[in-house]
Design a protein around this ligand. Structure first.
Ligand code: NDP
Length: 311
């Protein structure tokens, strides 16, 4: 049995691993088979992570975090957790192809998943003109006309990035005001290739084998219109990835894992949570990393008390 297993390989998971490994707990970090590195793997330049005044590419930042965790003795497993049983003192974790693991303590840092519009044909045309990742798919839209849905920082970042490829990028937002930070708004608004479509919801997606356009519904008048497009990038936020622990760990009304005060302690002894999976508000790489630190220190406390009790 392991002392500590960390599930998740974003800034929260890796930072927890760095701290726990330096405290000699030799943690196992289960990083997922295809999405190792978390959300920053789909980002371009990260300009607001302290210590990188020139900025750093998201994947490079995650590689550095992983290497730092390994340097101090973290074992990184590229596999998917398929189920967990956290209800007894021995925590059980099953994986897709590496078998089952047991631990005295677990840090759950599974992050969040892209939100969908929830309209017909969204899934069918995913990968055929509908995308959630500009850095992954932008290249396919050279000299095309595309749209980004959303009014937050992600939408601004994706729209600005996509102007490297596309001739025209619409930003479709359901309100007349953006949620994005001022610097990201200003950058998008100053870009000649970007045009904003305000007070509009995407209510339909058309295309037989590939996307050809969308139906827009005015959120003010209810009128509908058609917009011809080659690509649609959906950037409307994320939902915490909690499906593995439904029915085991208490959640908040926002759907994040509930933790006690400023700690990482969940309602189950020995189970700690960190990063976007507990944070409906800030959701920054830096805050996730800080949250991973809290979880590692809480887990260290718990494991030390456990060791003392068995002396
Ligand atoms: P946000 O939650 O900040 O924004 C989501 C946007 O999508 C909002 O404008 C929201 O509209 C809209 N939206 C939500 N649901 C729907 C829906 N069903 N249909 C249409 N529109 C919808 O998410 P982000 O992913 O943009 O950002 C998440 C966090 O990550 C933030 O804290 C952000 O600051 C951070 N981030 C920072 C970056 C950076 O600094 N470089 C880059 C990217 C993200 P409404 O405004 O009406 O609620």
């Amino acid at each position: 049995m392991r002392q500590l297993i960390i599930i998740g390989s974003g800034p929260a998971g890796y930072t927890a691993a760095i701290y726990a490994a330096r405290a000699n707990f030799a943690p196992l970090l289960i990083a997922s088979s295809v999405e190792a590195g978390g959300e920053l793997m789909n980002t371009t330049e990260v300009e607001n992570f302290p210590g990188f005044p020139e900025g750093i590419m998201g994947p490079d930042l995650m590689d550095k975090m992983r290497d730092q965790a390994i340097r101090f003795g973290t074992e990184v497993l590229l596999d998917d957790v398929t189920s967990v049983d956290f209800r007894s003192d021995i925590k059980k974790i099953s994986t897709g192809s590496s078998g089952d693991f047991e631990a005295q303590a677990v840090i759950f840092a599974t992050g969040s998943a892209y939100r969908k519009l929830g309209i017909p044909d969204e899934d069918r045309l995913s990968g055929h003109g509908v995308s959630w990742c500009a850095t992954c798919d932008g290249f396919f839209f050279r000299q095309k006309t595309i749209a980004v849905v959303g009014g937050g920082d992600s939408a601004m970042e994706e729209a600005t990035f996509l102007t490297k490829f596309a001739d025209k990028v619409f930003v479709i937002h359901r309100k007349d005001k953006l949620r994005a930070s001022k610097i990201m708004q200003d950058r998008a608004m100053a870009n000649e290739k970007i045009e904003f479509i305000w007070n509009s919801a995407v209510t339909g997606i058309s295309g037989a084998d590939a996307l050809t356009g969308v139906t827009l519904t005015s959120t003010v008048t209810g009128d509908t219109s058609e917009l011809a497009l080659d690509g649609l990038f959906i950037a409307i936020g994320n939902d915490p990835r909690t499906h593995l622990v439904h029915g085991q760990i208490d959640l908040t009304p926002e759907g994040t894992i509930a933790v006690s005060g400023r700690s990482s302690r969940t309602n189950l002894a020995g189970i700690f949570a960190a990063g976007d999976v507990i944070d409906p508000t800030y959701r920054q790489a830096v805050t996730a990393a800080a949250s991973g630190t809290v979880a590692a220190l809480d887990a260290e406390h718990f494991l030390s008390a456990l060791a003392d009790a068995h002396k």
